[in-house]
Design a protein around this ligand. Structure first.
Ligand code: ADP
Ligand code: MG
Ligand code: ZN
Length: 629
């Protein structure tokens, strides 16, 4: 449903269009049929005219600038004989006419009246007509060429026929819980204000494509029963600098009138890209920057006392967003909308399976098991593919075999796009992550292991182990860093212990472990052999970030010593990891089997499993947040 203004006075438009057409007709007829506008008069040479005058044959003459029309003295003629001629510049003509007794007068330049009307009136008419045309288009439709400053937000109000509810979204329970709260805010703002709670202004939905961010925002609108302004970030980005900013202003203006309401900005990264960054150099996109600034201003603009306007936004590239957007008072809530786990996938499949005719023997759980890494959109697509296959095979209902074939098709497509793991890969990833978790649990310098997941996430990670700090940390001790390195190597160590072979999956772990070990030696001065010297130069040049800092000039011997020291730290940590996993080989097996089944283990369940781990040697316990992949 679009916001529509009434088209301006359609009568005046009609009149101007008629004028336009009529004058056009005049122009054409004048060009092609000039004789219509005057009797055809025979033309004579000027010399003939002078002759007739001298001979006293001319009765009267009308002398114009471009034409002389004259009548002959001919008493016998029924009609006056009229001729015309084109004059030559002749200053003696009046004298000559007078001498020969010709009655004469100066003619008004009448022959051109039509031309001058056309010349003076038609162009403005054409202009007005064109102008009217654009005005009518811009007011009547959303795509108007001159509607630069109008926001193009689509408005959904309560009772919309395409209403979406939270029941249509599954598998993203945390996000749903967060947004349920937003719906509560919108329904009963008084309750929150009475306690003195500040209602959040902005909520950012973050997650990979197809996980249901847009769907979820629509569900919030449907649930809250308030007006919902939806616009995509890219619609703000315009050819003209300043147009996007004007649109933002207009959007918030409209929204405030309809408060309480929700503004939903999809694909926020289109306008929210980090200013100055991105292209590497300062400057960049003026228009986008102005739009972003306007958005920030508007979000700061409505204060707690004001009408309840909540800005929801979605992005799948949160890392590119301008930090200013994420500050308190703006998008201070961030909701992760991640790919669903096994039970989430099953619930999503149930939603879509309910829309097709399903054979009774179809096992949705088994389908969910076979589709790790599928996002909601992929699952919706999968059900549709299966239904298409069933229809193609003239079946009455969709059977399991249709799903199996559909999975193969979708997976083949997805394998190119993102990550869907084969059974064997999934198994390796499971042991790898459990390896991280077990080492991390026994060497907790990197934090408490809070979650293991083998749901593919992001671009590089096939699975991940999340460690949470139990307090804010600014300083790390040498033993904590060593714990971290060992934990990072835990994944690879598990692959060695279990499969007796190693895969490429650990390369990022190795990179990070080696980096950390090198920093211990060259920056933190933690090596006994090399002493408390900083071998790395500090990052003090202003372009320094990201360019890597050069090593101080060192002798060949020192360089060799650094290399050896780094190597020994990493090798020691690796050995520790292998020792831990060998000691806890059964537990490793047990947790790996469990995670292969459920894909995500967290909370107290994970805790009770990890508590069974036994340490070969004693270690100090301290924490720092990190994600190990
Ligand atoms: P995003 O905005 O995160 O890229 P969308 O919300 O546009 O993803 O999802 C595309 C479609 O996929 C939705 O319209 C819906 O049909 C389906 N879908 C995605 N995620 C879910 C989910 N969690 N539950 C149900 N359907 C989903
Ligand atoms: Mg979307
Ligand atoms: Zn890893």
């Amino acid at each position: 449903m679009g916001v529509k203004n009434k088209p301006p006075g359609s009568r005046s438009r009609l009149i101007s269009n008629i004028l336009f057409i009529v004058s056009g007709l005049f122009l054409l007829t004048n060009l092609f049929f000039p004789q219509l506008y005057g009797n055809p008069i025979a033309q004579e040479p000027y010399s003939m005219f002078i002759n007739r005058v001298e001979n006293g044959n001319v009765a009267r003459a009308s002398v114009g600038q471009n034409e002389i029309i004259y009548e002959l003295k001919d008493a016998n003629a029924e009609q006056p004989k009229i001729f015309r001629t084109n004059p030559v510049l002749d200053l003696e003509l009046p004298q000559r006419l007078e001498d020969n007794g010709v009655e004469f007068t100066a003619a008004l330049p009448k022959s051109n009246w039509l031309g001058s009307i056309l010349g003076w009136i038609v162009p403005p008419l054409i202009f007005v007509a064109i102008w009217q045309f654009f005005i009518s288009r811009s007011a009547g439709g959303a795509q108007g060429a001159l509607s630069l400053t109008k926001s193009r937000a689509k408005v959904y109000v309560d009772g919309d026929s395409t209403k979406v509810s939270f029941d249509d979204v599954a598998g993203v329970e945390e996000a749903k819980a967060e947004l349920t709260e937003i719906v509560e805010f919108l329904k009963t703002p008084e309750r929150y204000k009475a306690i003195g709670a500040r209602i959040p202004k902005g909520v950012l939905l973050v997650g990979p494509p197809g996980t249901g961010k847009t769907l979820m925002a629509k569900a919030v609108a449907g649930e809250a029963g308030v007006s919902f302004f939806s616009i995509s970030g890219s619609e703000f980005v315009e050819l003209f600098v300043g147009a996007g900013a004007a649109r933002v202003r207009d959007l918030f203006e409209q929204a405030k009138q309809k408060a309480p309401c929700i503004i939903f900005i999809d694909e926020l990264d289109a306008i929210g890209k980090s200013r100055g960054g991105g292209n590497g150099f300062v400057g960049g996109n003026d228009e986008r920057e102005q739009t972003l600034n306007q958005l920030l201003t508007e979000m700061d603009g409505f204060a707690a006392g004001d009408a309840t306007v909540i800005v929801l936004a979605a992005t799948n590239r949160p890392e590119t967003l301008d930090p200013a957007l994420l500050r308190p008072g703006r998008f201070d809530r961030q909701v992760l909308v991640d790919r669903p786990d096994l039970s989430g996938r099953q619930k999503i499949l149930e939603i879509y399976a309910a829309k097709v005719k399903l054979d009774v023997k179809v096992d949705l759980k088994q389908i969910a098991t076979r589709t790790p890494g599928f996002a909601g959109a992929d699952l919706a697509n999968l059900v549709n593919e299966a239904a298409l296959l069933a229809a193609r095979n003239q079946r009455e209902a969709v059977i399991q075999a249709d799903f199996n074939e559909a999975i193969e098709r979708v997976v083949a497509g997805l394998e190119k796009k993102s990550r869907v793991l084969s059974e064997k890969e999934k198994k390796i990833v499971a042991y790898h992550e459990v390896g991280h978790a077990l080492v991390g649990a026994l060497m907790p310098g990197g934090g408490k292991v809070a979650k293991i997941s083998i749901v593919p996430r992001g671009m590089a990670a096939l699975g991940y182990t999340l460690q949470m700090p139990t307090e804010d940390r600014f300083l790390m001790s040498e033993s904590e860093l060593k714990d971290q390195i060992a934990t990072m190597l835990g994944g690879r160590a598990a692959e060695e212990v279990v499969f007796n072979s190693i895969t490429t999956g650990a390369s990022n772990d190795l990179q990070r472990a080696t980096d950390l070990a090198e920093r211990m030696v060259t920056t933190y001065g933690m090596s006994k052999v090399l002493g408390p010297l900083a071998y790395e130069r500090g990052e003090n040049n202003f372009l320094g970030q990201g360019m890597g800092n050069p090593r101080r000039m060192v002798s060949d011997d020192t360089a060799k010593a650094i290399d050896e020291e780094v190597k020994s730290i990493v090798e020691n940590a690796h050995q520790q990891a292998v020792d831990i996993l060998e000691k806890n080989r059964d537990l490793l097996e047990q947790i790996a089997q469990e995670i292969l089944e459920v894909e995500v283990i967290e909370g107290s369940k994970l805790q009770s499993l990890l508590d069974q781990a036994e340490l070969p040697q004693g270690h100090t316990e301290l924490e720092q947040e990190s994600v190990i992949v």
